[in-house]
Design a protein around this ligand. Structure first.
Ligand SMILES: NC(=O)c1ccc[n+]([C@@H]2O[C@H](COP(=O)([O-])OP(=O)(O)OC[C@H]3O[C@@H](n4cnc5c(N)ncnc54)[C@H](OP(=O)(O)O)[C@@H]3O)[C@@H](O)[C@H]2O)c1
Length: 234
């Protein structure tokens, strides 16, 4: 049997990234996960199991990404999952926090692609994580809305430049079983659910299912996929 290629999950120490890493470790792929913290990356790699290695990488410092990913090779799938939660309202604009998120997702994600593109298999794929805030802003989402919109358009030029490597983006709605939402008051959650066609929030399992589809379907590139339970009601 042909050797399975490496799956790299940038931001793989918890929640969605860690579950995605577990999915591919269980399937027998070599997996690389990253964290800002070396100890956290080692602990999470052990918890992911299989042939999983943890690396230390901070997307706030894009010039250091090449060194951090040195040695990662034969890449089949690259998932860019990492996040910095910037709550920024324009009247109280915090420039430093905004720069962190813009750097992390737009420059940091792109630099990971740049560094690894020459070490990817011809039929490799890349998945970038944006989010529903690109279409559904809320007070405080100024940077998040901007950055998720940037992810949605960035994939188009990358898909063209890197073909036949495929590049897609996923835009989850509020993911019910991530810590950010699991602990919100019932009224907040009920209000969000009432605004979806399905009457429920999506789960990590829903997001992983869609992520695997985008990573593996050989006919899909340049696609922005919303996974939001049908968030059509205001
Ligand atoms: N959860 C939701 O409801 C939701 C909704 C819409 C979109 N999304 C998107 O889905 C993705 C995953 O969300 P999540 O809730 O699973 O995120 P999360 O649990 O907060 O995980 C974030 C990951 O990013 C890593 N990270 C944080 N700062 C970093 C930095 N400066 N450099 C490198 N890595 C860094 C963290 O690792 P360390 O802390 O170990 O460094 C962690 O592994 C994100 O891109 C998010 O925008 C999530």
């Amino acid at each position: 049997m042909d050797k399975l290629g490496t799956v790299v999950v940038v931001g793989g120490t918890c929640d969605i990234g860690k579950q995605l890493a577990m999915h591919y470790a269980r399937k027998g792929h070599p997996v690389v996960i990253t964290s800002r913290d070396p100890d956290r990356s080692q602990t999470a790699a052990r918890e992911v199991g299989g042939d999983c290695v943890g690396l230390s990488l901070d997307l706030f410092y894009p010039h250091q990404i090449a060194g951090a990913l040195d040695g990662v090779d034969d890449v089949q799938h690259l998932a860019l999952v990492a996040l910095f939660r910037d709550e920024n309202k324009v009247r109280e604009y915090n420039i430093d926090e905004a720069i962190k998120l813009v750097t992390l997702k737009l420059v940091g994600y792109t630099e990971c692609v740049h560094v690894l593109s020459s070490r990817m298999r011809e039929d490799a794929s890349i998945l970038m994580f944006g989010g529903l805030a690109k279409d559904q802003p809320y007070p405080g989402s100024t940077t998040i809305t901007t950055v998720n919109g940037g992810v949605a358009t960035l994939i188009n030029s990358l898909a063209l430049e890197l073909s036949p490597i495929r590049v897609n983006a996923i835009h989850p709605g509020q993911v019910a079983d991530t810590p950010n939402w699991a602990n919100k008051p019932k009224e907040v959650l009920d209000n969000l659910k009432s605004r979806t066609a399905l009457g429920r929030l999506v789960t990590i399992a829903d997001v992983i299912h869609a992520a695997v589809f985008l990573l593996e379907n050989r006919g899909v590139t340049g696609v922005n996929l919303r996974v939001d339970g049908g968030r059509m009601m205001k």
